[in-house]
Design a protein around this ligand. Structure first.
Ligand code: GTP
Ligand code: SPV
Ligand code: MN
Length: 647
């Protein structure tokens, strides 16, 4: 039994307790949002999901979101009153939120996947080794964990029902979810990041959907004052996935990938499971289109770990004269081979949840244009004249006498302060359609045809700017062996080089060994035109200088150009033990104003790479153990042999 708030106002009920959601209640509760008539006609499946969870969580109110402007304005106004957001009057409809500093990033250690068979979810690590390829929980333990947390967790709060589509509504590649949440911030964010509202329910009819439950885990009245008016429950946080039920339950965090459940939980973790089952790929990849001066266009996907440059590359302004880059997506790609054997990709998202620090007119002018309106900023600093500020925007304030309040509320923050103005994982949440270089086909239900797959990470040493795999199998090894310097996007500390296979380590929905086999299997299918596979590294530093050897950002167009030439089969590559690198002089340097040490940038140091092989072998042995496919071992052995034979 659960209450529907303000029951006194609903005089048609004879008792204050209802055991079913009454359509007329729903209509009244959403009155300000002017719901379309059909919103109150929840399908029986949605209705029973909402009823089941409301019974447990005991919200005092239920609000079916229709996705309208009116509803959004109402929610923003409500949050302003509650001190959750404040307007940034320098721009149009832009808002700033500061979270509790204990809730600022994804929590990988508290993210679980629950299946009956543990090995379906994670490989069994070698004896005595702690697994790092995901966390498994038994259904019993998860049941206990949720029973300890969920009952009454929404008391005093409104439960919002968010119908959303990952992918363009109606695309054969799209999927629908229903997220229940007690956070209006999550509603406003989901409205930007997904296609959300009444038209999704219309499309859903009585079909199945992904069930997403989210609570900040702080029923009212709270026992202690929330910090920054940001309710959360870090000591009880859990982000749980139950693939068998197509279900996600997230408790205790209101931030990013922990709470916007369409993104990592649905589109990647459950998505990768559906993809394996149905023969497609759900990947942590950006999607871009690049057109050369002759007007030839190619689409490329690229997997880099969190905070390693996907948003930057996806929206880049090429410095190469005559080239054009257009954006399809900046974080997630759903890809499927079509009936002609062409790999086609859609971006399941509708917005960008981008890293703010480092974003500027110089590094990403298109992102700067995108975020001038209808954008939610979280954990960035603000200027006294109602603007945003973060590391990388120093030129906005230098020489001006503008006060800055840091994300932690220090209103005397200056460039000399010893703490950064913004959290390193602070983000903007902004509608994709506002990006001035969205690709004309970014919402094409068929998806865009992919010519190349690129892996990359932050590798200060040893890894060249770009190299190409010898074939698909070797490319799978390159993805599996991906390593990168830790960033602030999760709870990791320090600059250690971590293994992050396929940039998916935090996002695998099932056993990584089985995932590798899934990738390898595409080679065996007849009639698939397999894209070429590459590895890039914008972050190599000079052995003596300690400075980046490559200017990056818009200059990365020169690397994309080389990749396109290889896709066309041009003779611009030379063989090295690790793959093909550019022949001398084949990276187009037209208009490049910097002196680049190409010798060092492309060197393949033998000792470094032999050590890298050892690390990868150890990693596979310790972490993936019996689930490493033979072909991956074979590829690693061949790499090592090529290195040993190399002078
Ligand atoms: P998630 O949203 O967490 O998945 O991250 P992302 O991969 O989209 O990362 P993003 O593009 O936001 O990049 C984050 C950081 O990488 C910023 O600090 C950028 O300044 C830096 N960065 C991006 N591209 C380059 C580059 O080409 N060179 C260098 N040196 N830094 C870069
Ligand atoms: C990432 O960490 O890869 C992100 C940010 O894209 S979050 O949505 O918080 O996962
Ligand atoms: Mn990401």
């Amino acid at each position: 039994m659960y209450l529907i708030q303000r029951l006194s106002t609903y005089s048609h009920h004879s008792t204050p307790v209802v055991s079913q959601i009454c359509n007329s209640c729903i209509r009244s509760l959403s009155a300000y949002a002017v719901p379309k008539e059909n919103i109150s006609q929840l399908s029986s499946k949605v209705k029973s999901y909402v009823e089941e969870k409301a019974k447990i969580c005991e919200p005092s109110d239920i609000h079916i979101c229709d996705g309208s402007d009116k509803e959004n304005n109402y929610l923003l106004g409500l949050m302003q009153k509650q001190g959750i957001v404040e307007p940034l009057p320098k721009y149009e409809n832009c808002w700033l939120t500061q979270t509790d500093p204990a809730d600022v990033a994804r929590v990988e250690s508290l993210t679980f996947i629950s299946t009956h068979n543990k090995r379906d979810t994670i490989p069994t690590p070698k004896d005595g080794i702690k697994g790092t390829l995901g966390n498994w929980m038994s259904p019993e333990d998860l049941n206990n964990a949720l029973n300890e947390r969920l009952p009454g967790c929404m008391k005093g709060r409104t439960m919002y029902v968010i119908p959303f589509s990952m992918g363009p509504i109606g695309s054969p590649l799209s999927k629908i979810g229903i997220q229940l949440t007690d956070s209006p911030y999550v509603v406003a964010s989901m409205r930007i990041m997904t296609r959300m509202g009444a038209n999704v329910l219309e499309r859903l009819q009585n079909d199945e959907f992904i069930k997403c439950l989210h609570s900040v885990g702080q029923p009212l009245p709270m026992k202690t004052q929330p910090i920054n008016n940001w309710p959360c429950n870090p000591s009880k946080t859990i982000v749980a996935h139950i693939p068998e039920n197509n279900e996600i339950c997230s408790f205790g965090s209101g931030y990013g990938g922990n709470s916007l459940l369409g993104k990592k939980c649905f589109a990647l973790r459950l998505g990768s499971i559906l993809a394996k089952r149905e023969g497609w790929l759900a990947e942590h990849m950006l999607i871009l289109g690049i057109t050369n001066p002759e007007g030839v266009k190619k689409y490329i996907v690229a997997a880099f770990p969190s905070a390693c440059g996907k948003t930057n590359l996806a929206m880049m302004t090429p410095t190469l004269p005559g080239y054009k880059v257009e954006c399809v997506g900046d974080d997630i790609a759903w890809m499927k081979f079509d009936e002609n054997g062409i790999l086609r990709a859609i971006n399941p998202e509708n917005g960008f949840f981008g890293v703010a620090p480092g974003t500027s007119e110089k590094t990403n002018p298109n992102a700067m244009k995108t975020i001038q309106k209808n954008t939610l900023f979280t954990n960035v600093a603000k200027t006294a004249d109602g603007g945003f500020y973060w590391e990388g925007l120093e030129h906005h304030i230098k020489g001006k006498n503008i006060g800055i309040t840091s994300w932690l509320g220090d209103s005397n923050w200056t460039l000399d302060s010893d703490k950064p103005s913004s959290h390193p994982n602070s983000r903007f949440c902004t509608p994709a359609k506002q990006c001035p270089i969205m690709d004309p086909a970014w919402e094409d239900p068929k998806g865009v045809p992919i010519s190349a797959i690129v892996f990359g990470g932050r590798r200060p040493k040893g890894v060249p700017l770009v190299y190409e795999s010898f074939n698909w199998r070797h490319g799978v090894l390159i993805g599996a062996a991906l390593r990168s310097e830790a960033t602030a996007a999760a709870e990791h500390k320090g600059k250690v080089i971590m293994h992050d296979p396929f940039a998916m380590r935090p996002f695998f929905g099932y056993n990584f060994g089985h995932y590798l086999q899934h990738w390898l299997n595409f080679e065996k299918k007849s009639n698939t035109k397999l894209p070429k596979i590459f590895h890039v590294n914008w972050f190599r530093k000079g052995e003596t200088s300690g400075q980046f050897l490559w200017p990056g950002f818009g200059e990365n167009s020169r690397v994309l150009d080389w990749i396109c030439k290889r896709v066309d089969g041009q003779d611009v590559a030379q063989e090295t033990p690790i793959g093909f690198t550019p022949k001398k002089g084949t990276i187009n340097t037209e208009g490049l104003n910097e002196n680049i040490d190409f010798e060092e940038l492309f060197s393949v140091p033998k000792d470094f790479w032999l050590e890298e092989c050892d690390r990868i072998r150890n990693y596979f042995t310790e972490q993936v153990n019996n689930d490493v496919p033979d072909e991956v071992w074979n590829q690693l052995k061949q790499l090592q042999q090529r290195l040993q034979q190399h002078k």
